[in-house]
Write a protein of this length. Sequence first.
Length: 126
Amino acid sequence: MRHEPLIIKGGYVIDPLNKVNCEVMDIGIANGKIVDPSTIEGKAKVIDAKGKLVMPGGVDLHTHVAGPKFNAGRIMTPYDHRRSWIRATLTSRSGVGLTVPSTTFIGYRYAQMGWTTIVEPATPAL
């Protein structure tokens, strides 16, 4: 699937792999790849990112989505599963919960916000 070219202008770019540490720059994207923005100027959609962080994906190093307390909470709130849910499709799984959402439900919400990695530090010793 091809998308229109995109230029993200004037954001604070963080890209540790390429040793870019919060430099204000423009990023070009064409056919799913990072390109020199000057090669697609005039034919690209432009997003003004002035004053915003631009990075390959968000990382949350401390979140509670699957630890033992969450799992106990899910067991104690079965009514919650009927109040909020997402349907399974050919490419996604179902998920439930509002007060204590399932890990699938939470994972899809994180992905919709652009996060690529989340870490659950509260795993029980087995």
